[in-house]
Design a protein around this ligand. Structure first.
Ligand code: ME8
Length: 660
């Protein structure tokens, strides 16, 4: 029988700045769910990616002096970028889509055309308000105090010829989807959507722009680019192969999938996205889950507020799994939560160091000390059961089904709470049985001691299996310590008492979750955040400081700067650097200048250019050739490398014109 297929996605991130802990939260949560479904033995496709078009990116690239593609490449693929962060966080995505990928661009064009051909997209005039940072159009009635209802920032008047999507046509079906199915969760978000968007009347949506060009071009109407949200939302199906031949996975049982999104983009995912799919006649997503935000001091994190929390710093300091765990354990998935370093450290100390860490280290240490690392065969049923054995065993056996219910209802925080109840019960069981006292008389109590330790190892194993989606790396280590081989790390084995062989090789390894000293760690975090801030301020471009020493005007006037035209240019033989220029300097006699700029320019690209040279330097010989003057360049350092630009002036200036 074919395995069940499960397709799950994160939002695709805007690579306009480095990602922060809020983005990490969303991706870790989705990764945890994906890993949970894999643990169950399902075939999982987990998609994440980046949403790279739009005016915001175009503006940022311009500010940075690079092309939009260069700009996004740096943030997606560069050091410390999106791909690096997901690798660090042990994100197990099967596919990564960039909306600038050729296949996606072509698919979006086909989708747009199909909707146009079917009459669902038509041409009209857009009049309204536009929020640039959110890339969202709003009607007057949707504004809050005249400002963008999402981010509270100023909006701009906008009027232009544009294409519209007949969203209004789908209002009834969308209302039905929201109100009468469990498509959107948590259910509180349904009321929000209906009250704010459906009840006031769903208007047609402007789906093209002409005021900027960094987007997917509408192929049948040059000058228009596809609205970035149409481009972005369709990634969930183009990444499977919808309207492209890069992948052949569309129609193979993956779609419809589950879209996990942050609360502020639920509107796009629960109204516009299903309407696009309705228009295309494709199945609607199985689920849209809108998670809450991580807040800082009660407010949203944002680069502009300068209060973003850097996941790199936290992962480096506390370990990736501790950070993953904290995010999933502390904040109910559908609600907002207040992030703080104190809370993070407290959670690590209480749950990981005290509860789980202690259980594992005490159990493995005692198995080593009293039984040389391997319990006797048959010990699972010796001397008992006492009521505490039965209680712990039943709690461990009941865990998987409670956990499953929690995970299926998108409540990973509750699943963890359930696991930790069992871990706490197991620690209590140690105190109830005082193995160190039993060990004093092994002849009388050795059998009981073995049974107690087996009960603990088995409970630890079951909890370990269920914690794997949350902390995959650490659970590998835990399994190695308790001697759990592949067969007893499975989903099935999490509901089977006795899967761990009694004689399994147990060895106390490194401490899985060391305690964190609060004050010291807080201080170090602050220092690291400050250092990161300073580094972020270090300009990419460095220029030489200006000279303090003054020159008098007469000295300055002695330098003769002239406009020159390049008649020919070639590389000097046996020199890696030198170019030889033959220049028209307006005198009627060719001037030869040598310049060490081959690293930056190819000679053929310079022929015909109008440059500036100082012409009254004494002649100088280089590689046996005479140079009469020097071409003027602008120099600076870019990311530690020297950059040079020849000073090129308007071609209308005649050769020989004097600069003064
Ligand atoms: O919205 N807490 O991209 P994005 C929790 N490109 N989640 C947070 C958060 C926080 N403090 N800050 C951001 C976009 N997020 C679009 C998506 S999908 C077709 C296009 C979440 O990079 C946010 O809620 O601005 C969103 O779900 C995700 O990060 C990406 O945000």
């Amino acid at each position: 029988m074919e395995n069940k297929k499960f397709y799950i996605t994160t939002p695709i991130y805007y690579p306009s700045d480095k990602l922060h802990i809020g983005h990490t939260y969303c991706t870790v949560a989705t990764d945890t769910l994906a890993r949970y479904h894999r643990l169950r033995g399902e075939d999982v496709m987990f998609l994440t990616g980046t949403d790279e078009h739009g005016q915001k990116i175009e503006d940022k690239a311009r500010e940075a002096g690079v092309t939009p593609k260069e700009f996004v490449d740096r943030i997606v693929e560069g050091p410390g970028g999106v791909l690096d962060l997901w690798k660090l966080m042990n994100i197990s995505n099967d596919r990564f889509i960039r909306t600038t990928d050729d296949y996606h661009v072509a698919s979006v064009q086909r989708i747009f055309r199909r909707m146009y051909d079917s009459g669902d997209i038509y041409k009209g005039t857009y009049k309204g308000k536009y929020c640039k940072p959110c890339e969202s159009f709003w009607t007057e009635s949707q504004l809050v105090d005249g400002k963008c209802p999402d981010c509270g920032r100023e909006v701009q008047d906008a009027e232009e010829e544009a294409y519209f999507f007949r969203l209004s046509k789908y209002a009834g079906r969308i209302r039905d989807l929201l109100e009468n199915t469990d498509f959107l969760e948590p259910r509180s978000r349904v009321n929000e959507m209906v009250k704010n968007f459906i009840d006031p009347g769903l208007e047609d949506l402007c789906v093209s722009r002409t005021s900027f060009s960094w987007g997917v071009p509408v192929d049948f109407d040059p000058g228009h680019v596809v609205y970035v949200w149409v481009d972005a939302l369709t990634n969930y199906i183009t990444a499977l192969g919808y309207e492209n031949d890069r992948y052949g996975d569309y129609g193979k049982g993956w779609w419809p999938g589950v879209n996990i999104v942050g609360k502020e983009i639920v509107r796009f995912h629960s109204i516009i996205w299903p309407a696009i799919l309705m228009s295309l006649g494709e199945p609607l997503p199985k689920k849209c889950f809108g998670h809450g935000w991580l807040l800082l001091d009660g407010g949203k994190m944002s680069k502009s507020k300068g209060n973003v929390v850097d996941p790199y710093i936290l992962a480096e300091k506390f370990g990736v799994d501790a950070l993953r765990f904290f995010l999933m354990r502390t904040f109910p998935f559908g609600s907002d939560g207040n992030f703080s370093n104190e809370l993070l450290i407290q959670t690590i100390n209480t749950d990981l160091a005290n509860d789980l860490g202690n259980l594992v280290s005490r159990t493995t240490a005692m198995t080593g000390k009293y039984f040389g690392g391997s319990l006797p065969a048959g010990c699972a049923d010796w001397d008992g059961p006492e009521s505490c054995d039965t209680e712990l065993r039943e709690a461990a056996m009941a865990l998987r089904s409670a956990y499953e219910k929690d995970m299926e209802s998108f409540a990973p925080h509750t699943a963890l709470a359930d696991v930790f109840k069992v871990i706490q019960r197991a620690n209590k069981y140690i105190d109830e049985n005082t193995p160190w006292k039993l060990s004093k008389d092994m002849e009388a109590n050795g059998r009981r001691l073995a049974r107690v330790l087996y009960t603990l190892l088995e409970t630890t194993r079951i909890c370990g299996v269920l914690l794997t989606p949350f902390m995959p790396g650490s659970m590998e280590k835990l399994f190695a310590q308790i001697g759990a081989t592949a067969g007893c790390r499975t989903w099935d084995s999490a509901a089977q008492w006795g899967a761990l062989p009694e004689t399994a090789a147990v060895n106390k390894g490194e401490n899985l979750f060391p305690r964190v000293e609060m004050d010291k760690a807080l201080e170090e975090l602050e220092a690291a955040a400050e250092a990161a801030k300073q580094a972020a301020f270090r300009p990419d471009i460095e220029i030489e400081p200006q000279l303090a020493e003054k020159v008098d005007f007469d000295t300055f006037c002695k330098s003769d700067f002239r406009v020159v035209k390049v008649k020919s240019c070639d590389a000097v033989k046996k020199s890696a650097k030198l170019l030889r220029f033959t220049l028209d300097d307006g005198t009627g006699v060719d001037r030869q200048i040598l310049s060490g700029i081959h690293q930056w320019y190819e000679p053929e690209d310079l022929v015909g250019k109008t440059l500036v040279a100082i012409v009254n330097l004494p002649p100088r010989k280089m590689m046996g050739l005479e140079s009469n003057g020097m071409l003027i360049s602008a120099v600076h350092t870019e990311k530690g490398e020297e950059a040079l630009h020849l000073l090129m002036v308007d071609d209308a200036i005649p050769a020989g014109a004097k600069l003064c």
